[in-house]
Design a protein around this ligand. Sequence first.
Ligand SMILES: CC(C)(COP(=O)(O)OP(=O)(O)OC[C@H]1O[C@@H](n2cnc3c(N)ncnc32)[C@H](O)[C@@H]1OP(=O)(O)O)[C@@H](O)C(=O)NCCC(=O)NCCS
Length: 167
Amino acid sequence: VARIQPVIRPATALDLASVRDLLVATWHATYDAIYGPDEVTRITDDWHSLENLAKGLTKPAHLFLVAADQSGSIVATASATDRGEGLVWLDRLYVLPAAQGRGIGTALLHSVQAGFPDANRCGLEVESRNAQGVGFYRRAGFEGDEQGFCHHQAKAIRLEKRWPADS
Ligand SMILES: CC(C)(COP(=O)(O)OP(=O)(O)OC[C@H]1O[C@@H](n2cnc3c(N)ncnc32)[C@H](O)[C@@H]1OP(=O)(O)O)[C@@H](O)C(=O)NCCC(=O)NCCS
């Protein structure tokens, strides 16, 4: 598959409807088989409401990025928060199914790292049964197997990667 060189930039209020559409589509594609479509709809209506997404535009110590393809449509989003003491938490990283596997997730991860030049590590939680997500992060150098957030049906694992200051 051809790699795509996306344009990565901070999200604005004008992007929120597209970001919501991309999150809903990608969440169903990723999690319907694990949580069931009804539960995924319930979660995305709450977490990815326009109102909730808008909070990410002004949250302190927070980076909310979008990636656009050549035509300008938004195909991926990432957000991360500086938690202090060198730790950046990757809150969200999603690439539309049709755009996956072309380097966009990797490019977004690099942009997140570039956005926090003083950080020395990045942490995240990923659903342990999301083999694609876990595989992507392990390949990107994230390590660990500690149990993370578990609610209803979620079974997360916690991963972390060192971010050397000189890389
Ligand atoms: C996981 C995700 C963010 C990766 O982004 P992406 O743009 O598809 O990934 P990239 O194209 O940058 O791939 C990076 C590497 O991961 C590898 N990879 C992709 N899918 C993989 C899988 N199922 N298992 C192992 N490695 C995988 C690729 O081979 C690639 O390595 P390469 O460049 O050496 O070939 C994206 O696929 C996605 O949004 N998936 C659904 C939602 C999700 O799981 N999000 C993460 C959980 S929060």
